[in-house]
Design a protein around this ligand. Structure first.
Ligand SMILES: *[C@@H]1O[C@H](CO)[C@@H](O)[C@H](O)[C@H]1NC(C)=O
Ligand SMILES: *[C@@H]1O[C@H](CO)[C@@H](O)[C@H](O)[C@H]1NC(C)=O
Length: 277
């Protein structure tokens, strides 16, 4: 048994060293999987109405192009994914937009004070995929704009949470105009690793660090898998107005593989150190 484990580990090590995780098109997935990308699986979910997710923000470039989501955690701070902001540390390069369900228009547009990427963000395996964004001025809370509180409890399996975003509804698709949402269900990290292993996705198996949490969600008895897509990154996994995790990555969305998020409980001390929250 021990010898077998060692053998498997050696195989994994060999595989990983042969396939750099961020080769080629890192903007799409942590690693391209061409044959799976061709599978345009529907991700499911429903269209949101204004005020349903008042904590949800859109990140737009200075030119007004939507590129990622984020979550309001105080009257001046937003949390997002480092993937979204790692090449945008200069706060003049993008904006935070609150109070809208439209990805590219409307809402209240805020210029930025600071963009702080997690110092241990690693693009190779998308670890520590969180960033903090401070706007200039403060948000005025209303029915359409509000904050969530930050979770500090470790979340286990079978927890239901809302995930909202403007990501595509199929792998390789375009972001949508109107905010969409679904309810995701957590699984254990062990279950998550096993699923990737069973699918032969060894790089993903190795990237399920303890600071990640996975969801794997089916719509009732249907075989369809609900999940987030690329431009949903930076959004939140929220239960009862508490943010537990930030949308990180998956291998082609809506397919039979888990979605990965970064745990707020894990990053709580870093968040406090930057924001004082
Ligand atoms: C689940 O599937 C049903 C039937 O297709 C659909 O009406 C419903 O919106 C789906 N639920 C979610 C959360 O996507
Ligand atoms: C950030 O920029 C570097 C250098 O141009 C590039 O290799 C990398 O893919 C970019 N990362 C993201 C997440 O866009």
């Amino acid at each position: 048994m021990f010898r077998e484990s060692v053998f498997v580990l050696l195989l994994l090590a060999a595989f990983v060293s042969l396939v750099p995780l961020n080769s080629e098109d890192h903007s799409k997935y942590p690693r391209p999987l061409t044959e799976l990308e061709k599978d345009k699986f529907i991700v499911g979910g429903s269209t949101a109405i204004l005020g349903q997710f008042p904590y949800q923000v859109a990140l737009r470039t200075a030119a007004g192009t939507f590129f990622c989501g984020g979550v309001i955690i105080s009257n001046s701070w937003v949390i997002s994914a480092a993937f979204c902001t790692i090449n945008r540390s200069n706060p003049t390069t993008f904006r935070v937009v609150v109070g809208t369900i439209n990805s590219g228009s409307g809402g209240i547009v805020f210029s930025l004070n600071r963009v702080v990427n997690h110092p241990q963000y690693n693009a190779n395996d998308v670890s520590n995929d969180v960033s903090l964004i401070q706007v200039q001025g403060t948000f005025t809370f209303s029915g359409a704009v509000n904050q969530v509180s930050l979770g500090s409890a470790f979340i286990g399996a079978n927890v239901n949470g809302f995930v909202a975003g403007w990501g595509a509804t199929a792998a390789g698709g375009q972001p949508v105009t109107t905010l969409r949402w679904f309810q995701a269900v957590t699984i254990t990290n062990e279950n998550c690793r096993q699923r990737f292993l069973d699918m032969g996705q060894l790089f993903a198996f190795l990237a399920v660090h303890d600071h990640k949490i996975c969801t794997f969600t089916r719509n009732g008895t249907q075989s369809k898998i609900l999940g987030f897509c690329q431009e949903d990154r930076g959004g939140g996994f929220v239960t009862n107005n508490v943010l537990h995790a930030v949308v990180s990555w998956n291998i082609p969305c809506g397919r039979a593989s888990p979605d990965l998020y970064d745990r707020i409980s894990w990053h709580r001390i870093w968040i406090t150190s930057v924001t004082g929250l």
